[in-house]
Design a protein around this ligand. Sequence first.
Ligand SMILES: [Fe+2]
Length: 281
Amino acid sequence: MAGSMSIAPWRDAESECDLLDPEQNYMPTINKSLLSVSQLCPPVEVGWGALASPASHLKNFSYQLSGVSLQVKQIEEQLTSLRTSLVCAFNQLLDLKDLNTGVHSTRLAEWALHVGGELGLSESDQSDLEVAALLHDIGKVGIPDAILNKPGKLSNEEYELMKKHPEFGWAVLHQVPGMERASLLILHHHERIDGKGYPAGLRGEEIPIGSRIVCAIDAFDAMVSNRPYRKGLPFEEAIRRLASDSGTQFDASVAKHFIPLARAEISAVFAAAGTSVSTVL
Ligand SMILES: [Fe+2]
């Protein structure tokens, strides 16, 4: 039927698709890349046979590409949802291990995001920071309760085991797709600016900014919180230590942005820490 028309279809040996005769100048610009595309597209019915032009092949390919893009977007949304569920599950695990730690992590995440925002972290870095702040102590699941809740000072051996918790946390989280960078922030959340921290002894900007944020905020929160073996420090004393240790233990810019936030949230801090504001001020 097509042969009775002035446009005779011819079959490209490589693509197995019906194309228009280039000698009649109906498709003078067809090239190898279009033939490759056409291989992906079935012929389009045009009323008088299975004749398809490169334009219709491209249109078809474009439709298929849109479908693939939609599927990729849906998979990305499912992965994000899965990661959120995993973070919630891990956070509940922290609650089961030690309720105070779970609440402490949630508070830490809010402060960390505030400081991260002021320091101009990207959306992606903020996302990693939030996970790291929420789960920074997930590795403590691997520390015996007798050490975690010991009322007195830890022995050297116990302290060495306690110092393993950043590595334990990294070991768990780096296996989760999408949490690799957050697991690195967790690995380094006990480093110090002067290089005297652990586990790697990183210095200054060698330490990821997310780890530096979690480190300072975690230390401040620990200072004002009651522990089985000691009472929380007064607010002003904790602020004084945070400021005096800026540049040695803590990142100076992190402390500079965090101290005003701590002052603004003092009531919430002490309510959550189980300490009376009136007795510590
Ligand atoms: Fe920690």
